[in-house]
Design a protein around this ligand. Structure first.
Ligand code: NAD
Length: 276
């Protein structure tokens, strides 16, 4: 496992496990399988309705809490409700996630007009020690600047949709210039945009005796991004973790870079217009 050092001094694994769409027993069992496969970072959200199940999966794995990094996200609904609703939602997340602490608390979407108020409420939980770091999701450079203008606690990363068909060069560069790392969501195109059937990637995978998913995840890692693939299948969970025993050549990296179409999996997921 590679680790990434964040701007607040924290180190987190470069590869984590995503839990969107995993609910109930499937969420619990998938998280247990992920921890048993070696993942040490789990990403959830208030909006996924699975924080308690994620925690149950962690508890069932037997791992010590301090060996894990957990990220969760303040929902757009809480943001729209104002500072008190944000605080209540964070208390709810803390309770669901083992009543201890949250490693990285994220804004889920940059709800217009609500960034400053949300961020200041989130900072209170860093001050009292129940949250270790704050971060962003789906933020364009002007959203990051809006946060930085009021932030006493700086965001550590920007979690954005990123895969070979949406390489996000501009947002990545702007985030890095401002000291934020990039975390890729939908790293495998969510199985919806055809990237897992891309012939160029399939050719690289075949020549290396690796799966297409492993080659794509390796591309994310070598671009220096944090990446959080999700799955409910134990074999895929393990396969996605097994990406540190090979490296893509510069030529292979460039071949995957060349696939960028600036194409979102769902055009509605544009941070300028979401939540629609
Ligand atoms: P993903 O690209 O990780 O794709 C997940 C899909 O790919 C699942 O259907 C899974 O069954 C399939 N899959 C996984 N590994 C596979 C393999 N080895 N072979 C074949 N199929 C495989 O998409 P995602 O889950 O949406 O994104 C990852 C995580 O990012 C989420 O789980 C969530 O934690 C986070 N996320 C955040 C936001 C946000 O707005 N901040 C939005 C979406 C997702």
């Amino acid at each position: 496992m590679e680790y990434i050092k964040l701007n607040n001094g924290m180190s987190i694994p470069q590869l984590g496990f995503g839990t969107w769409k995993l609910t109930g027993d499937t969420a619990r069992d998938s998280v247990t399988a992920a921890v048993k496969s070696g993942y040490r970072m789990i990403d959830t959200a208030q909006g996924y309705g699975n924080e308690a199940e994620v925690w149950a999966g962690i508890a069932a794995s037997g791992i010590a809490r301090e060996e894990l990094a957990i990220s969760t996200k303040v929902s757009t609904g809480a943001m729209r409700g104002g500072a008190d609703a944000v605080r209540a939602s964070i208390r709810g997340s803390l309770a669901a996630l083992g009543n201890a602490y949250i490693d990285i608390l994220l804004i889920h979407w940059p709800v217009k007009g609500k960034l400053e108020e949300t961020w200041k409420a989130m900072e209170e939980f860093v001050a009292d020690g129940s949250v270790r770091a704050l971060g962003l999701c789906n933020c364009n450079p002007h959203h990051i600047d809006e946060i930085l203008a009021v932030a006493e606690v700086k965001p550590v990363f920007n979690q954005i949709e990123l895969h070979p068909y949406l390489a996000q060069g501009e947002v990545s560069a702007a985030s890095r210039e401002r000291g934020l790392r990039i975390e890729s969501w939908g790293p495998l195109g969510q199985g919806r945009n055809g990237v897992r059937d891309d012939p160029a990637i399939a050719a690289i995978a075949a020549s290396r005796g690796r799966s297409v998913a492993q080659v794509i995840l390796r591309w994310h890692i070598q671009r220096g991004n944090i990446v959080i693939p999700g799955s409910s299948k134990p074999e895929h969970i393990a396969e996605n973790f097994d990406i540190f025993g090979f490296a893509l050549s510069e030529e292979e990296m460039r071949a995957i870079d060349a696939l960028d179409r600036n194409e979102r999996i769902n055009p509605k997921n544009d941070p300028e217009t979401f939540p629609w």
